[in-house]
Design a protein around this ligand. Structure first.
Ligand code: ZN
Length: 148
């Protein structure tokens, strides 16, 4: 809930106020179309993978994590959501430019491209209110990891 204040009434001298809920439903009208391609950034990637290395399963602080390309760039992999996972420095260095099957490793979870609601949650997780997160969570994709 947020209180919004308007101007002063000339006749009464009172200021108008209105309490707005953090989620407002709109009836009709045109809303901006969700973007189809959300920019890949390490903070968003680490949030998607909940700050866990997807190889050794340990949680790490952001400064100890890296972006690993499942199919390395040098092997034709691309820098896109579906080909990147969060990895600790040790695992990333050990894997190097090898494919998972070459070293007998498996991913703990499959990389995926977040949808609109998931991306908003990933990049704003510290500023999203509980009721806003509850609303966004209803729109998370089936392959998304729980963010709440
Ligand atoms: Zn690791």
């Amino acid at each position: 809930m947020q209180r919004v204040r308007g101007g002063l009434c000339r006749a009464t001298g009172q200021r108008s106020e209105i309490d707005l809920p953090s989620i407002i439903a709109c009836g009709g009208g045109q809303l901006a179309r969700p973007r189809a391609n959300y920019p890949l950034s390490n903070p968003a990637l680490f949030a998607r993978d909940r700050h866990h290395c997807l190889y050794c399963a340990h949680p790490f602080a952001a400064n100890a994590l890296t972006r690993d390309h499942v199919v390395p760039l040098s092997r034709g992999g691309r820098d896109r959501w579906e080909n990147v996972v969060t990895a600790c420095r040790r695992c990333n260095q050990h894997k190097g430019s090898r494919l998972l099957e070459e070293i007998g490793w498996e991913l703990l979870a499959l990389p995926y491209r977040p949808n609109n609601a998931e991306y908003l949650a990933l990049i704003n997780s510290r500023r999203i209110l509980t009721d806003q997160m509850d609303f966004l969570a209803t729109q998370f994709s089936a392959n998304g990891r729980a963010l709440i």
